[in-house]
Design a protein around this ligand. Sequence first.
Ligand SMILES: Cc1cc2nc3c(=O)[nH]c(=O)nc-3n(C[C@H](O)[C@H](O)[C@H](O)COP(=O)(O)OP(=O)(O)OC[C@H]3O[C@@H](n4cnc5c(N)ncnc54)[C@H](O)[C@@H]3O)c2cc1C
Ligand SMILES: NC(=O)c1ccc[n+]([C@@H]2O[C@H](COP(=O)([O-])OP(=O)(O)OC[C@H]3O[C@@H](n4cnc5c(N)ncnc54)[C@H](O)[C@@H]3O)[C@@H](O)[C@H]2O)c1
Length: 610
Amino acid sequence: MKLSDKIAAYNSSRPFYTFEFFPPRTDQGFENLIPRISRLSTLNPLAISVTWGAGGSTRERSIDLAGLTQSDYGIDTVLHLTCTNMLPGMVDDALRAAKVRGIQNVLALRGDPSRGTEHWTPVDSQFTRGIDLVKYIRSSPEFSSHFCIGVAAYPEGHPDRETDEDGSLNVLKEKVDAGADFIVTQLFYDADPFLEWVDKVRAKGITVPIIPGVMPIQTYSSFLRLIKLCGVKVPPSVMAALEPICHDDQLVKDYGVGLAVDIIRKITSTGTIKGIHFCTLNLEKSVQLVIEKLQWAGSSPTMKNRLIADAPGPMIHVQLTNSSDLVIDPTTATNTATSALTFKQTLDPDPGRGELNNAATWDDFPNGRFGDYKSPAFGAQDQWGGSGLSQYEGLSEWGHPKSTDDLTSLVLRYLHSEVSSSPFSSLPLSPESLTILPHLEQLTKRGWWTISSQPAVDGACSTDEVFGWGPRGGYVYQKGFVEFFVAEQDLEKIEKKIKEKGQGWVHYFAGNLQGKCRSNVPDDGRNAVTWGMFPGQEITQTTIIERESFLTWKDEAFSIWAEWASFYPPGSEERELLNSVRMERWLVSIVHHDYKRPDALWTFLLDGEL
Ligand SMILES: Cc1cc2nc3c(=O)[nH]c(=O)nc-3n(C[C@H](O)[C@H](O)[C@H](O)COP(=O)(O)OP(=O)(O)OC[C@H]3O[C@@H](n4cnc5c(N)ncnc54)[C@H](O)[C@@H]3O)c2cc1C
Ligand SMILES: NC(=O)c1ccc[n+]([C@@H]2O[C@H](COP(=O)([O-])OP(=O)(O)OC[C@H]3O[C@@H](n4cnc5c(N)ncnc54)[C@H](O)[C@@H]3O)[C@@H](O)[C@H]2O)c1
């Protein structure tokens, strides 16, 4: 059914809500998402929406997931659709595929520039803005009456800053006048400016429903990344509340839920806002808590019944044989997901259990680093918005590297906090990595440009300001780890040393742009490098290094070199340098298992001749 008709017919005193999901990057993430959607759907959302990956990268998976939720679950689904990288004919194909699957709602967007490009460029001159999609659908006899169309709006301005506030309101008015039926907004964390913006939208004569986007804060670091990426303003009171608790993930999550509840109460109290669009990031607990605290779940089954009724399906093990298996084959993913759906057990009352491996525990503390590639939320930060690299920041912070020595100095400047970001990290070096600064410096001076690291930790308190995470009263552990780019001849020396002196203590992965991968980790090896013990809980493993997550990140890391290179003119020394580094270097990730010896990894890597 069309969302606009459902909103018009909605007559409860409680606001409605919609849930946004993104198509997971991996088969197992896809399978694990299905029970999550199943559980969340019992909260009776008015619709769910499925995003269209950055640059159109998830085209088939988006259509597959949206088709599954629409036709197999019978939940009205909004398919996001963008103009980015849509060759002539692709828009028609996507709309037709949606129509065949019974999808009647589309969120028409321009999309962000694809990775490696600074400015948005159309590939089909017919589709250069969100409005072009709206006009096209409305003028097509095949699609016009079938689809209800939504468009995006930015209460705090679009991060492109192509238009000022008046200009943005004009753009929105044009999109609605062209035939849009509803508006979904960008996230925000300050209710008052949002409500003022709503008044301005209405004063423009825009009358269609406005559905504000809300995302409960999950972790401090992901929140910092998000606000940078989306250009979202955060009230000083929110930052002041977060800073003292930023190292306690549980407190941050609790605060995120409370803040979302407060914002929603405020914006719905005026009566102008009838519903909320929850950005779930494919996680379920925070959104579920927000709805429960708002007492909106209404006549849904109680939590216990709900979970029993919708416990996940059978464990389906997908054998991964090489990195290309990570790219979802849409048909396989749909088939396995559908069978997971149809086979409903009635035993497992725990929302996390039943998901493959430890996706659920990683999702409780998704601290980045590696993530669990089996989690539906794996890769959430990449779904759109590009990589967060900006040409302005690139040129002003990272300057004009023309030689490998310049790159070494740049990494050293980042390590010494002389620049606040690197192409591989949008935030300054963390306090925990500062504790191993001399080792990182030495590695970098050898031309092994470090991009990620963690010190070994043997049972720090979970509330420790530098190393702590997770609930209070626990102890956390880490193995020393470092990741860097090296030349091939150095990689060979490192491998020889590992063979001769690593004696089972050192494991590594190395990958290059050409898709080669070298490692001494067995094919299905899973190596927990961060774990914690908390009162009354099983051991929680938040960071696991394994081939699949390394290879996924490796591809992302090499695409960052390309994106950075694109900031400089074709043929320039900078571009040539960055491209040659990308072609020639290897990304290496090394762990030392002896977490009781803080120096073990560094002594191993740095002592003696290579
Ligand atoms: C709720 C929501 C969901 C999203 N989902 C996705 C998704 O699934 N996949 C994805 O890739 N991205 C998604 N995005 C991101 C979105 O694609 C980007 O923000 C994109 O840069 C803008 O898309 P748009 O449709 O809002 O752009 P448009 O409305 O086309 O505007 C794009 C830019 O051009 C400017 N502009 C437009 N028309 C004019 C004009 N006539 N004159 C001057 N300037 C003009 C606008 O001010 C803006 O800066 C989402 C955003 C939101 C808010
Ligand atoms: N799977 C991997 O191997 C891997 C590794 C790093 C980052 N990533 C990806 O990066 C993104 C963010 O992940 P994250 O939050 O763990 O990364 P992050 O950028 O926060 O880095 C992790 C740790 O490394 C430190 N670090 C940052 N730059 C460094 C440098 N130049 N030298 C030494 N240490 C440095 C950070 O301070 C932090 O403590 C995600 O997309 C993630 O998937 C993946």
